[in-house]
Ligand binder design. Structure first.
Ligand code: MG
Length: 250
């Protein structure tokens, strides 16, 4: 069931989104060679808690950390670890959610660790742009397929592939609400977008095959062919005046 939010609820979500966005920014500042993903997770948790908010992911479905930190061929749901030490040239996807005043903000960004290859940089840029292509279609009266198609078209035109097994989602008092927001689709198909819908659009774009597999830890999701993957995400509100990004810093 899709839960529409009032203007007041959307304002509260913007606060949660601001905290999650700032936490993501803090995480990004810490990305450098020699740092462990556990250290970054600690920065995220402390930042969120200092704002009087709670990390949305900590304990969610048993997830053991505050951020998902997914390096190189890890697509999503990487578990922060003292054993995972970032190196020059890595691409580091960090996904952060914060709950404040009863609402979640959910966002992700893929950071470069030091100097990265031209190929990696191109993947990051394309994934970020694909997210904004999707956001542009988050208009009342459109359908979820319009968003997915815009993301897919942008990525595939650059010969990347779109992950199918994981998708974006409604977000609000619950971290995952209806509807699903696939990053692929057909224009004019899927759930109709209405003012008051709040959704997380989150393209996961791969260099090679779209196929992924989940490792034995039950979380870490990697590309089936070992090639790189990037992930960008914003929580947005569908409003009568167009899409409004809720996960923005001060
Ligand atoms: Mg999400």
């Amino acid at each position: 069931m899709v839960i529409l939010k009032t203007t007041r609820e959307i304002a509260a979500m913007r606060e949660a989104g601001r905290v999650s966005s700032m936490a993501l920014q803090e995480a990004g500042k810490a990305v450098e060679p020699g740092v462990s993903t556990l250290e970054i997770d600690t920065i995220v948790r402390k930042y969120i808690e200092k704002q009087g908010a709670a990390p949305s992911f900590l304990g969610y479905g048993g997830f053991p950390a505050s951020a998902c930190i997914s390096v190189n061929n890890v697509v999503i749901h990487g578990i922060p670890s003292a054993k995972i030490i970032l190196k020059q040239g890595d691409i580091v996807s960090i996904d952060v959610g914060a709950k404040l005043n009863g609402y979640h903000g959910d966002n992700a960004y893929t950071f470069a660790c030091g100097d990265i290859s031209k190929e990696s940089e191109a993947l990051l840029n394309a994934t970020k742009e694909a997210l904004f292509e999707g956001i542009k279609k988050a208009l009342a009266g459109n359908r979820t397929g319009d968003i997915g198609n815009a993301v897919q078209k942008y990525a595939e035109a650059r010969s990347y592939s779109v992950v199918r097994d994981f998708v974006g989602h409604g977000v609000g008092a619950k971290l995952h609400e209806d509807p699903s927001i696939p990053n692929y689709g057909t224009p004019g198909r899927g759930v109709r977008l209405l003012p008051g819908m709040t959704i997380a659009i989150e393209p996961m774009i791969n260099q090679g095959t779209h196929k992924v597999k989940v490792l034995d830890d039950g979380w870490t999701t990697v590309t089936a062919d070992g090639k790189l993957s990037a992930h960008f995400e914003h929580t947005i509100a569908v409003t009568p005046n167009g899409p409004v990004i809720l996960t923005l810093p001060d």
